[in-house]
Design a protein around this ligand. Structure first.
Ligand code: ADP
Length: 433
């Protein structure tokens, strides 16, 4: 600020004094040039018109004859009258310490007679008073610095407010551990507000991940509790009451079954959590969906435990940009459910069609179906319509449909269900192509 103000004042001082000097020269030459027209010889006598101005605005005009003797006029310093003549040149002359501007014009009045007209003006009077400029600088610069400091402090304080807010919120989150806290954003769209929004989005993501982790831990411990207590009970029974080798084998078999169940549960939970958090790298490629559906149907037909007929109606060469293994998992879940909740001697129909840029994949069964009120809940993790019916028919975890939904949404599609108790269910997955 100090340097800048000094530069500005120096510039003003220099510029104003140079323009003042320029203007003074202009006035001096104009007056002299005008006066030379008022001087003439008449019958050998020098005649000066009344219009001759000998003093105006600090400028003195003098007339000298050709021998250099003063004819008329008054000069502020005698030395100025003795200065040699120079036609048409403005020059600076110092008398003592006082600077003056001089300007002479030669006036040829007759063939061999001429006179000199000289203009004299003190240079200092009209030049800018540099001492006054320095005084102004001495007063104005500190004033400007104080104003700039106070103003700068206030403006910086206001513009840094969002940073303080961000710090405060981060501190609050650290202290309380509550990830739902957010920074207040006023929507002005400036950089700091955008930064606050980015932080808020980061908090959203952190909260989401934290919630997924929390749910994983609570789900896992909840789901593992049953098989663990079964294993413990059977171990206790085996240690205390069983002496027969055969019965012991039977108990070990039961314990192994619970072990498999636990391992399957952990495996499913982990893959579901990874899917939910989108932490895995998925490779979306153009895949032949028709061929994929056909091959999954064939595999499921072979492993289907019940006497159920699976028929497929697949429009060939339907291509979708997708992650193949995920789509296989999705379809397997749907067909496995159709078997699991299907009727003995029943039918499952899988169809794949594309029309108007929409791919519809349908898995329909004629099994036990579901009541209307269940349909919105079946997509939640660990939701089973009826614990007893699921457990008895193949130990479902209630993760299958939640996974189907995640996979479909990851591909930008949606999934619908229609079902009626005892008539069966129709699951339709819709992708936009
Ligand atoms: P599960 O592992 O228990 O099958 P899902 O998430 O796959 O879990 O399904 C959730 C619930 O939806 C199941 O408990 C089941 O009762 C019901 N369900 C799923 N598919 C069908 C179907 N095709 N027919 C009838 N009920 C179904």
């Amino acid at each position: 600020m100090i340097i800048l103000s000094a530069v500005v004042f120096a510039f003003i001082a220099f510029y104003s004094s140079s323009t003042a000097a320029h203007e003074l020269k202009g006035r001096l030459t104009a007056l002299v040039d005008k006066n030379i027209k008022e001087v003439e010889y008449d019958d050998g006598e020098l005649e000066i018109d009344d219009d001759f101005v000998s003093f105006k605005n600090g400028i003195h005009c003098l007339i000298f004859d050709q021998d250099g003797a003063k004819v008329s006029g008054y000069s502020p310093a005698g030395a100025l009258e003795r200065e040699p003549f120079q036609d048409g040149v403005v020059r600076s002359v110092k008398v003592g310490l006082e600077p003056y501007l001089l300007y002479d014009r030669l006036v040829a009045v007759t063939k061999n007679k001429h006179v000199w007209v000289r203009g004299v003006v003190p240079e200092k009077g009209s030049a800018v008073d540099t001492a006054a400029v320095y005084r102004a600088v001495l007063i104005a610069v500190p004033l400007l610095i104080v104003l700039a400091a106070v103003g700068g402090y206030l403006i910086a304080g206001r513009s840094l407010q969002p940073i303080k807010e961000i710090g405060k919120t981060a501190e609050e989150i650290r202290e309380s551990g509550d990830l739902s806290t957010r920074i207040a954003v006023d929507g002005s769209g400036d950089e700091l507000n955008r930064l606050a929004e980015i932080f808020n989005r980061m908090f959203d993501r952190l909260e989401e991940n934290f919630e997924v982790q929390r749910r994983f831990t609570s789900d896992a411990s909840h789901e593992l509790r049953t098989p663990v207590s079964v294993i413990l009970a059977q171990c206790e029974y085996a240690l205390e009451d069983v002496s027969e080798k055969e019965e012991l084998y039977e108990l070990i078999g039961a314990i192994q079954k619970q072990g498999y169940r636990m391992s399957h549960l952990i495996e499913s939970l982990l893959s579901f959590t990874r899917l939910e958090q989108r932490t895995e790298a998925y490779s979306f490629e153009e895949i032949d969906l028709s061929a994929l559906v056909l091959s999954v149907c064939r595999e499921q037909k072979e492993s289907g435990e019940k006497e159920i007929t699976l028929t497929e109606e697949i429009q060939p060469e339907i291509v979708l940009k997708a992650d193949g293994p995920l789509l296989v998992r999705m379809l397997e879940n749907l067909i496995r459910n159709a078997y699991r909740y299907g009727r003995e001697q029943g039918r499952i129909r899988v169809s794949l069609k594309e029309s108007g840029g929409e791919i519809r994949l349908t898995v329909a069964d004629d099994g036990i179906g579901m009541a209307e009120e269940e349909l919105s809940r079946i997509w939640s993790r660990f939701y089973r319509v009826d614990q007893s019916r699921s457990r008895t028919k193949g130990a479902g975890l209630g993760l299958g449909l939640a996974m189907v939904k995640q996979i479909v949404e990851l591909h930008g599609g949606r999934v619908e269900v229609k079902s009626e108790p005892r008539w069966g269910s129709v699951f339709t997955v819709i992708f936009n192509n």
